[in-house]
Write a protein that binds this ligand. Structure first.
Ligand code: ASP
Length: 322
């Protein structure tokens, strides 16, 4: 991890933005054999130099926090990133933070940061679906859109946002719905009661262990058994339909919940969510928690953060009911 502070512009009237680079396709480069590309190859200095117009809208400095494909993001990176953003925004120096990030797990990082970064100052994640040296590279336009949105002050007091294909998406609603198209993101339903910065993780050393199990016809019990045997604190079931699961998995989940493991029912279906008592499972009777509108990957994050506060299933249910 290394830090460079290089003022690109010095106008007092311009907002001051700290850019934190984490990698992704926006920093990707075509592979040496010309087949495909590698994410997280190019430094943030090079990416910023490619868009000289940024200087018109903001005073920028930058930091190369890491340079990875976002498929390699994990809880430790999120915790360190969240602490850094809180620190950067706590003083009077910076008006906003922009984070360059891969698109694969952007919705997860944004959701985590939204729940753990305090204050009203804008935080925007920006990525790209084409590597930096592609003829149709979308990173430069996305960077410019993020800086312009921040400079316009219309992002003040909002959730953590993601910028892609010229649009802004709220962390609580964004999800990736296309693995290849430049218009890769969509906005779905979120939990309106989740407030930015509502979880203080400053004294949390390690996040609780929560896994996800994907449902399918004839689903094996092996993944759930492995999570139980390895001491996971919770599991999110990405169930079929409204959070249903193959009978043998449901039976094991019931035993796990009775033994203290937190079981959150979400769904592999992109829209509609899992609400109790609408469907076929009575969560209160089973000791489960319904994920509401959250997809499995966001439900996992909320469960991890809720578990830093309480072990009580009913109290955790309240976070998902907000
Ligand atoms: N695998 C890349 C990443 O998430 C994909 C992207 O950025 O679009 O880092």
């Amino acid at each position: 991890m290394y830090l460079v502070c290089l003022p690109l512009c010095c106008s007092a009237a311009l907002p001051k933005i700290h850019i934190i680079a984490t990698g992704g396709t926006i920093a990707g480069r075509t592979a040496s054999d010309g087949k495909g590309y590698d994410a997280g190859q190019v430094g943030i200095d090079v990416l910023l130099d490619a868009v000289p117009r940024l200087k018109k809208y903001a005073e920028l400095d930058y930091e190369q926090f890491c340079n990875i494909g976002s498929q390699d993001m994990d809880e430790n990176v999120w915790m360190a990133l969240s602490r850094l953003v809180n620190e950067v925004l706590s003083g009077d120096v910076y008006d906003a933070v922009i984070i360059t990030h891969g698109t694969d797990t952007m919705e997860e990082t944004a959701f985590f940061l939204n729940l753990t970064v305090r204050g009203p100052k804008p935080v925007i994640l920006v990525g790209a679906m084409r590597p930096s040296d592609a003829p149709d590279a979308d990173g430069p336009a996305n960077l410019l859109a993020a800086v312009k949105a921040t400079a316009s002050r219309r992002c003040q007091g909002r959730e953590v946002l993601c910028c892609s294909a010229g649009k802004l998406y709220e962390a609580g609603r964004i999800f990736k719905y296309d693995s290849h198209a430049i218009e890769a993101f969509c906005s779905g339903n979120g939990l309106s009661g989740l407030r930015r910065g509502m979880f203080d993780i400053s004294s949390v050393g390690v996040l609780p262990k929560v896994g996800i199990i994907y449902g399918y016809a004839g689903c094996s019990t092996l993944p759930l058994r492995a999570f139980i045997d390895n001491g996971f604190d919770g599991v999110v079931l990405a169930g079929v339909g409204m959070g249903n699961f193959y009978g043998e998995v449901m039976d094991l989940a019931l035993k796990a919940a009775a033994g203290g493991m937190k079981i959150v029912r979400s769904t592999r279906v992109v829209s509609g969510g899992v609400f109790t008592p609408l469907g076929e499972v009575n969560d209160e009777q089973c000791g489960f928690i319904a994920a509401g509108p959250l997809n499995p990957q966001k439900a996992r994050i909320l469960l991890m953060l809720a578990l830093t506060r309480t072990d009580d299933t009913a109290a955790i249910r309240n976070y998902f009911a907000k």
